[in-house]
Design a protein around this ligand. Sequence first.
Ligand SMILES: C=CC1=C(C)c2cc3[nH]c(cc4nc(cc5[nH]c(cc1n2)c(C)c5CCC(=O)O)C(CCC(=O)O)=C4C)c(C)c3C=C
Ligand SMILES: [Fe+2]
Length: 447
Amino acid sequence: MTDAPSPSDPQAPGTAPAAGTGAPRRGLFSRRRALGVAGAGVAGTAVGLAGGIGVARASTVETPAPSGPKVYDFYGEHQAGITTPAQDRLHFAAFDVTTTDRAELVSLLQDWTEAAARMTAGQGAGEYGPTSGPYDAPPDDTGEAIGLPASGLTLTFGFGPSLFRESGRDRFGLAARQPAALKRLPLFPGDNLDEARSDGDLCVQACADDPQVAVHAIRNLSRIAFGRAALRWSQLGFGRTSSTSTSQATARNLFGFKDGTMNLKAEDPAGVGAHVWVPGGADPRAGWLTGGSYLVTRRISMTIETWDRQPLSEQERVVGRTKAEGAPLSGGGEFSQPDFTMAGRGDQPMIATDAHVRLAHPDNNKGVQLLRRGYNFVDGSTGLGRLDAGLFFMAYVTDPRTHYIPMQTKLSKSDGLQEYLQHTGSALFAVPPGAKPGEHIGQALFA
Ligand SMILES: C=CC1=C(C)c2cc3[nH]c(cc4nc(cc5[nH]c(cc1n2)c(C)c5CCC(=O)O)C(CCC(=O)O)=C4C)c(C)c3C=C
Ligand SMILES: [Fe+2]
């Protein structure tokens, strides 16, 4: 977590990182090599069976492992994909559970865990891979990631409130273990939510440095879920809008501003401990969530065409920071603390009373901090000559009742940025702690 190397850093193959720290391994696995090995093993079987019906076919894919694939351990104390240095790409998916059988739900989580451990290691989703399984059965991997390295893939799973209780009904005998904080987020002023882009029983956040790897992961998890859970909505994202490690440069959002400067970073264990992980004893009903977190997702449409017609002075006033460097308008550099008392022109402060960074700053929110992990999105155009663009906001917090809802309430009412925003999707998930090898994700919830 403290010294995540850059993609070009060499690291000895087989050097395992500390569990759940977000430190990557390199060179351990490659989807190419894994396919080659699987193919060789299966080829022997095929020869032995002399081409009988249903025999496995040898893989023809055998290329050398690419050097230095970035691999994050799936297993660990916390799930990967939270404090892990934010990758470049996102595919986020929310699912509705379609089975009514608790045992089938558990088997889905087991199957997802196994597939996730494989895919994050740069292997195929199933034990055979895309081209080496029984010839008369659908492949256990869809194949579009053949030849691609792990690309820093992380898969992070969460449980929505509706998994525990739907219209008052205890669907899977889990209602007594629903955390008090895990409720549907309230409607905030100005929300224009699309139900088809909100909520969900289960979620999977796939982050990777290659969009095809992230999409492949969600596609395969969705395929595996068939008959037990169905995709409810999904969101693609690019150009991470938050750095989660000091090893990363601050990226920009679609308003052109640096986003993530004051984010909680992995290198601040005290801050992450206080504001991200759920502590033991936080909720007597939900001991299973200790070491986990809550994930807020908000699809926020940005009217970038209107924004682009605003003078630079107005853009900076509304954010409260300079566009070039991302420095507070009260002076200093990008990482200087803002001085909200500094007087500006007339009787106005240098950082406006409705500036986004003033309203979101911990000093004005009872010391609260969020671990933001958002991504830009452009989902084509609206049909009105505008880009359907925005920010898919994600934040991991220790408790949404203290760490998100009050801040969002304030921003929705008073933030100068709000004029250019519309929240179109909303969801809250409980993100269980990491699994140990042999366990499935969220196992303690079902124990
Ligand atoms: C409720 C939480 C937040 C929402 C929703 C949100 C949306 C949002 N933010 C930007 C752009 C920027 N945000 C910045 C800082 C910032 N934002 C939040 C919270 C929410 N933002 C916090 C807690 C902070 C940090 C405040 C601080 O400690 O100073 C910045 C400045 C750079 C930075 O520190 O990251 C920008 C720029 C957009 C465009 C947006 C919705 C689309
Ligand atoms: Fe913000």
